[in-house]
Design a protein around this ligand. Structure first.
Ligand code: SAM
Length: 236
């Protein structure tokens, strides 16, 4: 059974709005998505708590506040074509789908692709497309995108994602060579060959693993070297 609407309203007021998220589109979207549909059954009682929750395969559904913060940082106005990297449970894609026109989300772990697909169907999000693969290389056949949200921490900004942004488009991504202290970075494509960069918050995310991210986990990701070594200020 779904939580009553007043519980979602109170959750958004207390955890999202009271902490400074002001974009009405983001607040309305978060009020409308039942988060309990995006967590495993044994976590449903905790769906509206103020922290990440396990979703299996060693991954998490992010803390609700950081989902709201990252989506607000994308500056969506409605109707956009959006790419998300790291579908996980599908929750962030569901929130995005209430604002954007179409959402494309990629997940590298097969079990989570199925989990996200089922959850999005249960929530009636028909404008979300889920794909299994390495999201560090984006979704070339659907590019360019108005906005890209990366829901896992990268050693640097993947050049493929920068090139799949429209001019004027925004990419929000956690970046850090030291896995314990990532910066949430907003990259704006200002022309065909230029991008601007802003640090918008300190965050801590699970690793973005892939060709333009971290190497695969062997003994624990914190000891792995980054595969890409481009400077954040450099053009890709
Ligand atoms: N947005 C998700 C949600 O709402 O539940 C939470 C994402 S979780 C914090 C990060 C996800 O990124 C994990 O599911 C992980 O498997 C995925 N991931 C890591 N590297 C990836 C890659 N290269 N391509 C696609 N997904 C990746």
């Amino acid at each position: 059974m779904l939580a009553p609407q007043r519980e979602r309203d109170a959750f958004v007021q207390r955890q999202i709005e009271a902490r400074g998220i002001r974009d009405r589109r983001v607040l309305d979207a978060m009020r409308s998505v039942p988060r309990e549909l995006f967590v495993p059954e044994d976590q449903r009682a905790h769906a509206y708590e103020d922290h990440p929750l396990p979703i299996g395969a060693g991954q998490t559904i992010s803390q609700p506040y950081i989902v709201g913060f990252m989506i607000e940082a994308l500056g969506l106005r409605g109707g956009e074509k959006v790419l998300e990297v790291g579908a996980g449970s599908g929750y962030a894609a569901a929130v995005l789908s209430k604002i954007a026109g179409e959402v494309f989300t990629i997940e590298r772990i097969g079990a989570l692709v199925r989990f996200a697909t089922d959850n999005l169907a249960a929530a009636g999000c028909s404008n979300v497309h889920v794909r299994h693969g390495d999201g560090t290389q984006g979704w070339a056949t659907e590019a360019p995108f108005d906005a890209i949200l990366v829901s896992a921490g990268a050693p640097d900004v993947p050049p493929s994602l920068m090139h799949q942004l429209k001019v004027g488009g925004r990419l929000v991504i956690p970046v850090g060579k030291d896995p314990s202290t990532q910066e949430l970075v907003r990259v704006t494509r200002t022309s065909d060959g230029d991008w601007s960069y802003e640090d918008v918050a300190g965050v801590r995310f699970v690793p973005l693993i892939g060709k333009e991210g971290w190497e695969d986990e062997v003994d624990g990701w914190q000891e792995r070297a980054p595969r890409t070594r481009t400077r954040r200020s450099a053009k890709p």
